[in-house]
Design a protein around this ligand. Structure first.
Ligand code: HMN
Length: 291
């Protein structure tokens, strides 16, 4: 994971009007983002609607991405599922089709024990040669520092996507686990603080629709220009907070379409926009906030 840093969109998965995976749109979106300078792609995560896709569809989406990327940027494949066997199957496939790293939410829904979570990551990382980025996210149950430490001891677990807002723990992970344990900050509205507290990169939904804002923010933090970083974070947050109230993944896909990369539609029950009037309103707001 030490080779994968910077700004990584948690890639959207385009579906067509009938909710079928849309290969053409997927390829166009990948090119659009690489041309805009993103540092890598995080595929079939929650923004990618992976939990609404069958394992076969997830595999197909990843295959299309790695085929289109052709090594231009690193690809992290999110292979998380509740069953270890299913995740291992997805992990092996990811390795076969050329992903550079794996990531996984912990098994969720039943409230698994720490031992069960540790064994989940141990079994997956033992099944391939790819590095694993664990995923700390409220939706799947946050880890806490002790569990992060246990996960970091598993061979192959090289980092964490940290989507909690307790950014002081980013500093603590670097201090107590080690600076070579890679951290991606996952809350786009707090990208500046994640990076300032020592994260190596940022992974998030809004780097699909406004990547240039966050590429500039990442560069500003690296250069120690906190005034500039703060101004950019304010632009990002204006877009994020109006979007969050309006079916966010569908809205992000529309914002990409207005900018030349039609990212298609979402799966139900997310559903889609919008009457023409609603779409116009959304577009006006997006443009007003973004500048
Ligand atoms: C993914 O797995 O697709 C994501 O990277 C998730 C990502 O971290 C998003 N978090 C959640 O969905 C919980 C953020 O980008 C989030 O959308 C953003 O910070 C706005 O709250």
């Amino acid at each position: 994971l030490s080779q994968i840093k910077g700004v990584l969109p948690a890639l959207v998965t385009p579906f067509d009007e009938n909710e079928n995976f849309d290969e053409g749109r997927m390829r166009a979106v990948v090119d659009f983002l690489i041309n805009r300078g993103v540092d890598g792609l995080y595929v079939t995560g929650s923004t990618g609607e992976a939990f609404m896709m069958s394992p076969e569809e997830r595999k197909r989406a990843l295959e299309v991405v790695t085929d289109e990327v052709k090594g231009r940027v690193p690809v992290i494949a999110h292979i998380g599922a509740i069953s270890t066997n299913l995740s291992i199957d997805l992990a092996k496939h990811a390795e076969k089709v050329g992903a550079d790293a794996l990531s996984s939410v912990p098994p969720f829904y039943w409230g698994f024990s720490q031992d069960q979570i540790v064994s989940y990551y141990t079994d997956i990382t033992a099944s391939t040669g790819l590095p694993m980025c664990a995923y700390n996210v409220p939706l799947a149950g946050l880890f806490g520092f002790d569990l992060i430490k246990k996960l970091a001891d598993i061979p192959g677990v090289e980092g964490i996507k940290y989507t909690a807002t307790t950014h002081h723990e980013i500093m603590r992970i670097k201090a107590e686990i080690g600076t070579d344990f890679i951290i991606y900050s996952g809350a786009d509205e707090m990208a500046m603080s994640g990076l300032a507290f020592g994260a190596d990169g940022i992974i998030g939904s809004f780097y699909n629709s406004i990547p240039e804002v966050y590429l500039a923010l990442n560069a500003a933090v690296a250069a120690g220009d906190m005034e500039k970083a703060k101004a950019l974070q304010e632009v990002g947050n204006a877009v994020i907070f109006f979007t969050l109230a309006r079916n966010p993944i569908a809205a992000i896909k529309r914002a990409m379409a207005w900018q030349g990369a039609d990212a298609g539609y979402c799966r139900k029950p997310f559903g889609n926009f919008y009457t023409e009037a609603e779409e116009e309103k959304l577009k006006d707001e997006f443009r007003a906030f973004k500048t």
